[in-house]
Design a protein around this ligand. Structure first.
Ligand SMILES: Nc1ncnc2c1ncn2[C@@H]1O[C@H](COP(=O)(O)OP(=O)(O)OP(=O)(O)O)[C@@H](O)[C@H]1O
Ligand SMILES: [Mg+2]
Length: 444
């Protein structure tokens, strides 16, 4: 940690009358964890970190090895606008989790991402991502979800009562140093999207965690509830998290090649081939809840088949159209992830799959430009187009056998994630759902 970064935090905390600092990190499922220190502890925390009991964190340590240290990353220091009071302000920093002897903790999702970013950096690349998180506003989190409007894609007031909510959310994100490109009403009733400007993957994973909290905090301020649940309403589009991604060498976009077909470089093609080859294995982390698979069904813009194309939104992987003079915008969009994933693990696994495609020279099949949903099954099979896992159980089975998943997540996170998801599936499987009662009770 550079002295100047530390000095910057101490100086800013003083200038901004900061009384408390929240130390944030995530568990393996991507839930934000936080504990607060007084400003008097800040210098020591920046120096040595703050101890905490790791055994109370999902997927972290057993009780007998639970001493953990949260080491704040000074580059993530910012104020929490909704916590500002007369008495003073509240700051926030993301932390890396380490053992008391200083070794990085292999159960820390932020460390898992850093490992993959180091692999890319050793190859000379910087990994940039731009996730599009969709979400719903509902009157409350209890009972059948009731939306705030029955608007649709790009709809404007009076249908779009959430305009003020979105505006307030964007201003809060920008006050925290997170640049926003644009926002709009999405396809489903009461569904919205705010698009963050792409940046390096570690900063974006931190920003994705902050985005989810800010959306919910602002919604609460207005007395409504915001959710990133992938499919809260049967028959309406679900909430996805399309992830636009690219690799740069210095300030040159390595996915761009002026002379290549579609201006997509060999590096870009091999990266896509890597994603195509491994997306099934990593789906457990991109779509980690039982409910995630209620979104991945035909008929709702969400992908089901493993295919790629230019511009075409029915495919899993899309290469948005090249615009002359916009070389830096050459990118690959993976459309299956949902916003209830752990962004650190999801970004790490997408990068790992892409880099494997590059390192092992995977071949990329021709793009499929037709509407993949209209392709007869026999034709799909003949073309060797496979499907994403159909439910959490299948995703667990495929992930369990994946060398790439274990290698990228590390044994600890890999085993803890599989273990946790098996418990979730077993609990779900035992449920007697209202659908079953409605369907079967009257006739059986
Ligand atoms: N080189 C790049 N690498 C990674 N992300 C990028 C790059 N260039 C642009 N982006 C990001 O890609 C995202 C594009 O979002 P945009 O909403 O335009 O996508 P879209 O898929 O066309 O929209 P939609 O899915 O809503 O139809 C933005 O977050 C933008 O910052
Ligand atoms: Mg998109």
């Amino acid at each position: 940690m550079k002295d100047k970064d530390r000095e910057y935090v101490l100086r800013t905390a003083k200038d901004q009358n900061v009384k408390f600092v929240r130390l944030w990190f995530t568990d393996i499922l991507g839930f934000l964890k936080s504990f607060s220190i007084t400003v008097a502890e800040l210098e020591g925390a920046l120096e040595d970190g703050m101890g905490f009991d790791g055994s109370s964190i999902e997927g972290f340590a057993r009780i007998d090895e639970s001493d953990m240290i949260a080491k704040p990353d000074p580059n993530t220091f910012t104020l929490l606008p909704w916590r500002s009071t007369q008495e003073g302000n509240v700051g926030r920093m993301f932390c890396d989790i380490i053992y008391p002897d200083g070794r990085p903790y292999d159960g820390d999702p932020r460390w898992v991402l850093k490992q993959q970013l180091k692999r890319a950096a050793d190859m000379g690349y910087t990994f940039y991502v731009g996730p599009e998180l969709e979400y719903f506003y509902f009157k409350s989190s209890q009972g059948t979800p009731v939306g705030l409007d029955s608007g649709g894609y790009f709809d404007l007031t009076p249908l779009d009562v959430a305009t003020d909510l979105r505006k307030d959310t964007i201003l809060t994100l920008e006050a925290m140093g997170i640049p926003v490109e644009y926002s709009h009403h999405e396809v489903a009733h009461s569904q919205h999207e705010i698009d963050l400007r792409y940046t390096d993957a570690l900063t974006m994973a931190d920003s994705t965690m902050t985005y989810r909290l800010v959306v919910k905090e602002v919604a609460m301020k207005y007395g409504v509830y915001a959710t990133f649940m992938p499919k809260p309403i049967y028959g309406q589009n679900g909430s996805g998290m399309h992830v636009h991604q690219s690799l740069f060498k210095g300030n040159r976009n390595a996915f761009y090649d002026a002379k290549a077909k579609y201006q997509l470089s060999d590096t870009g093609k091999k990266y896509i081939a890597g994603l195509m080859a491994h997306v099934g294995e990593i789906t457990l982390a991109l779509n980690q809840w039982v409910n995630s698979y209620k979104r991945l069904v035909p008929g709702y813009e969400a992908p089901v088949y493993i295919s790629w194309a230019l511009r075409n939104r029915s495919d899993l992987i899309r290469v948005p159209g090249y615009r002359p003079g916009k070389e830096e915008a050459t990118r690959v969009e993976l459309r299956s992830p949902d916003p209830a994933c752990n962004p650190y693990l999801a970004f790490a696994l997408m990068l790992a799959a892409g880099l494997d495609g590059m390192e092992k020279n995977y071949d990329l099949r021709e793009p499929y430009e037709g509407n993949i949903y209209e392709l007869p099954e026999a034709e799909r099979t003949r073309m060797g187009i496979q499907t994403l896992p159909e439910d959490l159980y299948e995703a667990i089975k495929v992930a369990e056998k994946s060398e790439l998943m274990r290698r990228t997540l590390g044994d600890h996170v890999f085993e803890k994630l599989i273990e946790n998801k098996k418990v979730e599936w077993a609990r779900f499987k035992a449920q007697v759902t209202s659908y079953e009662l409605e369907e079967y009770l009257p006739i059986l």
